[in-house]
Design a protein around this ligand. Structure first.
Ligand SMILES: [Ca+2]
Length: 136
């Protein structure tokens, strides 16, 4: 998941801000994120991709009723008791869970927190990932 976030916005055919490069993030909510890139370097985000190619659109979402985090519809984490995403916008040093669509291009870093249970144990994971292809 960290790699998917870090690589989002990979778009070597659009190195400057004109024409507009591919936005790394197109959905940024508290329990779901959609990332996109141009890994096969054909200038567009392919969804679906050809067989054997890396997904260019990646969606992580939390299904609380099943305690699962899905990656493109396939279970990625199970026994997940809580899952939350928050976002650093532009130069802000405080993450927010409320991102306007006009701010998606300004998502600079993503904070991920989840708790997972196994028997009587609960494990908490927390990390932040910078979007390496952030262009603001
Ligand atoms: Ca592509």
């Amino acid at each position: 998941m960290g790699n998917d976030i870090a690589q989002a916005g990979f778009d070597p055919l659009h190195p400057s801000t004109t024409p507009t490069p591919i936005a790394p993030v197109t959905v940024a909510s508290n329990d779901s994120i959609t990332l996109q890139s141009d890994f096969n370097m054909n200038g567009t985000v392919d969804d679906p991709v050809a067989e054997g190619q890396q997904h260019e659109k990646v969606i992580y979402s939390y299904d609380g009723s099943k305690y699962e985090v899905l990656r493109n519809g396939t279970p990625f984490l199970t026994n997940v008791q809580s899952f939350s995403l928050s976002y650093y916008i532009g130069s802000s040093t405080t993450p927010t869970t409320s991102v306007l669509s006009s701010q998606f291009k300004d998502v600079r870093k993503v904070k991920v927190i989840w708790t997972q249970s196994a028997g009587s144990k609960t494990e908490r994971q927390e990390f932040e990932v910078a979007i390496k292809n952030y262009r603001g």
